[in-house]
Design a protein around this ligand. Structure first.
Ligand code: COA
Length: 376
């Protein structure tokens, strides 16, 4: 899709939690839990009634995913083998929700970068993998907290929530239904991680990102990017799934059972999503008469370092490097939809006028979302 109006990204923001959990800490806690579980269930395990819990390994995690640590909203409870989930004090309805709070942190930074005050903005999109309640929308709470007139709404799209949120921002700016959009991704993911599952206990971290998008006529930012084009694709798959939801009240099942938390067939996701992402990005660039070699920087989804290396190699026909596709998942882990936006936020300052960049997410749904940008 191309616009007769020039639409620009004029600022971005990032909130990084002050708490870190390293792989060493996480694996030590999981292995202690597994050891205790196996001792407590020794008889059933020997009788073949239940499976022994296998041990996790720092080496496996770093080699297969590239993740070394993750930021978390709170460390409390996660490493406690009798709990193994974060502990949040419940906030009163009159208080700002946790998710709105971290959304506001990132939003304020993006607004400052774009030189915008609340009165310049008329649309707030909160798009992420989970919202902490069904309604009122977190976006409307954020809108209220920031004093923005206009409208806001929430969007859930797991790994591609951030890019698809930016697509909706783009569309509403093209159509004229918005004049300036604040698109935020408060990824409060750790409450949905099964820290007792060896295959996925290491994958996620918490973060919040925000982007300001507007028409070029109103942009005063010293660092801005024209959005040349947007492109989205979805294809249904059960390979990444969370069944948590309001139906549990009516289906008489455990609302916190393993399938209500994040679970995936990671290998299948890797193998099925990578080629789709490669084709998607190539096609998107081809629509603009560009090739991957015309791209100065790829801000890719941050789920797995080997996946990103493979995508770049297939696009360019050779190995990439940190200059071409910066990595943030080593220290942030997978932050659901926010990964490509963190990469963009941290690694775009050095681009020169007319340099081309691509933001691309890929994952659950399946979903792939991209934006081709040109530095102004
Ligand atoms: C999750 C992921 C890192 C796993 O890496 P992988 O190379 O595919 O590993 P596999 O799942 O094939 O597992 C290989 C073996 O290691 C084991 N293993 C899994 N987790 C382990 C851990 N923490 N420590 C040690 N071994 C582990 C597996 O059980 C399996 O054992 P088996 O061969 O006896 O069955 C990887 O598949 C991935 O990142 N995929 C992409 C996922 C993605 O993008 N998801 C989007 C999420 S939003």
């Amino acid at each position: 899709m191309n616009s007769s109006h020039k639409i620009v990204i004029s600022g971005s923001g990032l909130w990084t939690p002050s708490n870190v959990i390293t792989n060493e800490e996480l694996v030590a806690s999981y292995n202690l839990y597994a050891e205790k579980f196996n001792a407590d269930h020794a008889v059933e395990i020997v009788a073949g009634k239940i499976d022994e819990k296998p041990f996790s390994s720092v080496r496996f995690i770093e080699k297969t995913s590239g993740i070394e640590a993750r930021y978390v909203y709170t460390r409390e409870g996660i490493l406690d083998i009798d709990r193994m989930r974060p502990k949040f004090p419940e906030r009163k309805e009159e208080e700002l929700s946790n998710q709105a709070e971290i959304a506001v942190y990132a939003a304020r930074e993006a607004m400052a970068a774009a030189g915008k005050s609340a009165s310049d903005i008329d649309t707030v999109i909160v798009s992420c993998a989970y919202t902490q309640r069904a309604y009122p929308a977190i976006a409307i709470e954020v809108q209220h907290e920031l004093g923005i007139e206009g409208f806001g709404f929430d969007m859930l799209l797991a790994c591609s929530a951030a890019t698809f949120g930016l697509h909706r921002a783009y569309d509403s700016l093209v159509s004229g239904s918005s004049k300036c959009v604040l698109a935020i991704n408060p990824e409060l993911v750790t409450p949905q991680v099964n820290f007792r599952d060896r295959d996925s206990h290491f994958i996620f971290g918490d973060v919040s990102t925000a982007v300001i998008m507007e028409r070029s006529e109103t942009c005063t930012s010293p660092n801005s990017y024209e959005v040349l084009s947007i492109k989205a694709l979805t294809r249904y798959s059960n390979n990444i799934r969370s069944n948590f939801g309001h139906m549990a009240y009516a289906t008489d099942v455990d609302p916190f059972g393993w399938d209500k938390l994040f679970h995936q067939s990671g290998r299948k996701v890797f193998e099925e999503v990578s080629p789709v992402a490669v084709t998607h990005i190539s096609d998107h660039l081809a629509n603009l008469n560009l090739t991957p070699r015309d791209v100065k920087r790829f801000w890719l989804h941050q789920a797995n370092i080997n996946m990103n290396k493979m995508v770049i190699k297939q696009l360019l026909g050779e190995e990439g490097n940190e200059e071409v596709t910066p990595t943030i998942l080593d220290r942030y882990a997978n932050t659901a939809s926010a990964g490509s936006i963190i990469a963009f936020h941290l690694y775009n300052d050095d681009l020169k006028k007319d340099d081309i960049g691509v933001i691309c997410s890929f994952g659950a749904g399946y979903s792939v979302g991209s934006l081709v940008l040109r530095k102004r």
